[in-house]
Design a binder for this molecule. Structure first.
Ligand SMILES: Cc1ncc(COP(=O)(O)O)c(C=O)c1O
Length: 404
């Protein structure tokens, strides 16, 4: 980084933002805060991952990670499908160029209106409960259309290496021991069985833990389809691949994970020759290819701690902050762009403009000496940012978003 505002490369192998002049970009956009996404870096990530996967793996994208229409339009031609979790996400995915048949609809609490839209568009429905299977059957009958129904499974597995687990205490999916009843429900309602869906954890950086999870879910799916005498043609192993949030974290060893997926694929196809693995990462595809840029408005000392107060924070980028329940902010990598070169470094904490103690972007980090007007660049900001933050709190304007 230099004070003229040009970014060097990010610290991962991802080529995102190499050489980008952030100060000039801020001038062009005309306001802060903003998110900028490097589409070429996302395409690089997709292509790199695809080259490592078994040839017919369906590489999909979890729209919730970043549903910006301009971004979806860039990604759609390179992907085999998308995971969607609301009617709005279905509409955005269709508008971006995905076909309804390429979409999988997950999520608890799907409304009748959203289920109806999905049935009309031929979306694969990932049923999260036995009751939902009944509702899908009723809606499909009312629409006079067939419905393709996959079963989202909540496997009885202890996922290690991450704090973000969906399967243990969460509401998601159907317990493995309820699968016989769920599959009987599909048959009784004459719905088409369209595979099994597993998504158990997020922010996974430990390759051994990911491989153990993939192996467990595959065995679970093979057992359930054998017990029910069903042919399996779609095994969705979800996403959840992490990106390092700080210098203390090592990147996920994706080469090991994908080599293991070749074994899984062989095992799957030995039992079900037509079966294909599907993956639907979100964060891994877009996270490193986004920056959040905000401006320092004020600086002050409170009980001996130097605070920079920025115009950006939790209302745009909740994930980067303390959030209501964290002891420490994520401390995502942050770079300072000085408007005027100044020598020296200092220890600072960075707060946003919200009247809330969780609006803290960084605590006790070392940055070059700053002044109001300088820009802050928060890396690793491409996923779960603008669309996953309480933008209406206090009524500050939303962040601009731009695809480069
Ligand atoms: C069903 C489903 N699939 C995929 C994802 C993407 O997860 P990640 O961004 O951790 O890869 C999510 C995230 O919540 C999800 O709920």
């Amino acid at each position: 980084m230099n004070t003229a505002g040009t970014l060097c490369r990010t610290r991962s192998t991802n080529p995102a933002f190499a050489g980008l002049d952030v100060s000039a970009l801020a001038g062009r956009i005309g306001c802060t805060p903003f998110f900028a996404y490097d589409a070429a870096a996302i395409e690089w990530r997709i292509d790199t991952l695809r080259a490592q996967l078994p040839a017919d793996t369906l590489l999909c994208y979890a729209v919730k990670a970043n549903p910006l229409p301009a971004l979806l339009r860039r990604l759609a031609p390179r992907l085999d499908g998308a995971d969607v979790s609301s009617g709005e996400e279905i509409r955005r995915a269709l508008a971006a160029g995905f076909d309804g048949a390429q979409l999988g609809f997950t999520g608890p609490g799907k409304s009748d209106a959203d289920l109806t839209l999905a049935v009309r568009k031929g979306v694969r429905l990932c049923a999260e409960s036995i009751g939902e299977i009944g509702r899908i059957a009723r809606i499909a009958a009312h629409e006079g259309r067939p419905a393709r129904v996959a079963v989202r499974v909540n496997p009885d597995v202890a996922v290690s290496g991450t704090q973000v687990r969906m399967n243990e205490a969460g509401v998601f999916g159907i317990d493995s021991d309820q699968l016989p009843a769920a599959l009987r429900g599909l048959r009784d309602h004459r719905l088409t069985f369209a595979g099994f869906h597993y998504y158990c954890a997020s922010r996974m950086l430990d390759a051994d833990a990911v491989m153990a999870l993939h192996a467990f879910c595959t065995a679970d799916a093979l057992r359930a389809s054998d017990d029910a005498g069903l042919a399996l043609d779609w095994l969705n192993l979800g996403g959840g691949f992490g990106i390092p949030a700080s210098a203390a974290e090592a990147p996920l060893d994706m080469a090991a994970v994908t080599a293991h997926l070749h074994h899984i694929d062989a095992r799957l196809k030995a039992a079900h020759p037509a079966a294909r693995i599907a993956l639907e990462p979100g964060r891994y595809l877009v996270g490193e290819a986004g920056i959040y840029v905000c401006r320092i408005l004020d600086r002050k000392t409170v009980r001996g701690r130097t605070w920079l107060v920025a115009d950006g924070g939790a209302h745009h980028h909740l994930h980067a902050t303390l959030q209501p329940d964290r002891a420490q902010p994520a401390n995502l990598p942050i770079t300072l762009l000085q408007a005027v070169p100044r020598a020296g470094t200092e220890c600072v904490s960075i707060a946003g403009p919200l009247c809330a103690p969780f609006d803290v972007l960084a605590r006790d980090i070392t940055l070059p000496v700053s002044q109001p007007g300088d820009l802050l660049v928060v890396f690793q900001s491409g996923a779960y940012g603008a669309s996953a933050s309480p933008v209406n709190f206090l009524g500050h304007p939303p962040a601009a978003e731009i695809v480069l």
